[in-house]
Design a protein. Structure first.
Length: 367
């Protein structure tokens, strides 16, 4: 019996070695939490922010008092600046897709306030072991979305870190008379949601290598989609309240809108659009840590129909990454708006999910 010595393959050039390393990189393996599921829990955050000094400026139209999507500073009667910042660890393994999703998520806050992004700065934390080519692809993905938004990428800041993180600081413009806030919902309004729910569960299933290709592909498509396409349609109508659904979940962001508007919001769970297979992931226990933080903070503040199962309940508290817009607008406009949204490829999953009523005992009710 002859024993053949295994001879290591000799790579002909450095580029071949780099390509092999790039193919083996799985960014999600470097992340403790995926995307917006990495947010600090709302309970802890509320306690910390509550201890900070209060700032006052007559030109500051939106600050920390309303849990809104960004800060708004008035320059003139016709112009205000929206300032926002967002970054997180990888939600996908592909570097360029991670860059696109993180950028789309950061730009979303501008769209949620009815604004137009103008200038963006990169925010980067990156481990040296992954190599500059991987970082370059992340930044290229981010730049692609900034270009799609019609904004300018004007620089940024980077640090070394064991866990990769990426996002943007974004400045946008808005007419202060046409600005959207998350606190203007009125009784009689209809609620429209422009993207399906479930990215937190899908991203957790990805990390566990238990995700279906159908749900993974659709989640990526929706996360990388700019909320620009929804906001451009909505600008043709009278929007009373708007927010983007991200790390604090559909329940958390709907509650912020209801409390800020001093109304009760009722959401019909049968009308909520969901990504494929997400309830199965919840039943399997593929639930991100952010869901439990959200549930701990929110569960006693909202009312759930007795027929809602625990696995389905997890969907309502699921932290979203680059989620859709939750919009409160006149009921008589809702069907026309929905028709236009559903006819557009990027917003085809939009649905009327609920309504706004006079304040009752609970600010938020899931039926």
């Amino acid at each position: 019996m002859h024993l053949h010595k295994k001879i290591p393959r000799v790579y002909e050039n450095q580029k071949e070695v780099q390509n092999l390393m790039k193919e083996s990189v799985k960014l999600t393996q470097f992340a403790k939490s995926a995307g917006c599921a990495a947010k600090i829990g709302p309970k802890v955050l509320a306690e910390i922010v509550g201890e900070l000094p209060k700032f006052f400026d007559e030109h500051l139209l939106v600050g920390t008092e309303t849990n809104d999507d960004g800060a708004v500073y008035r320059i003139s009667d016709e112009l205000a600046l929206i300032q926002t910042l967002d970054f997180f660890p990888p939600v996908v393994d592909e570097p360029s897709l991670f860059g696109e999703i993180a950028a789309a998520n950061a730009l979303s806050d501008i769209y949620a306030m009815g604004g137009t992004p103008k200038i963006a700065l990169n925010i980067v934390a990156f481990p040296n072991c992954l190599g500059q080519e991987v970082l370059g692809e992340i930044l290229q993905g981010g730049a692609k979305k900034v270009q799609e938004a019609g904004a300018v990428l004007a620089g940024g800041h980077s640090i070394n870190d064991e866990e990769p993180k990426y996002g943007l600081s974004v400045t946008g413009f808005v007419n202060p008379k046409k600005m959207w806030k998350n606190s203007g919902a009125e009784p009689g309004d209809a609620l429209i949601l422009t993207k399906p729910i479930g990215t937190g569960l899908v991203n957790t299933a990805v990390k566990a290598d238990m995700v279906s290709e159908t749900s993974r592909k659709l989640a990526i498509e929706q996360m990388r989609c700019l909320n620009y396409y929804a906001s451009e349609i909505l600008k043709d109508y009278e929007v009373h309240g708007c927010t983007d659904v991200t790390g604090f979940s559909l329940a958390g962001h709907a509650l912020e809108m209801a409390e800020g508007s001093q109304v009760t919001i009722k959401i019909d769970t049968k009308k909520i659009p969901f990504l494929p297979d997400v309830e199965e992931y919840a039943k399997m226990g593929l639930v991100p840590e952010g869901t439990y933080r959200n549930k701990e903070f929110l569960r006693e503040k909202i009312k759930l129909n007795d027929t809602i199962k625990e696995s389905f309940e997890d969907l309502l508290f699921d932290p979203q990454t680059s989620g859709g817009l939750l919009v409160s607008l006149k009921k008589e406009d809702a069907k026309e708006v929905l028709k236009r949204l559903q006819e557009q490829e990027q917003t085809r999953y939009s649905q009327i999910v609920g309504e706004v009523e006079e304040k009752q005992e609970a600010h938020l009710i899931f039926l």
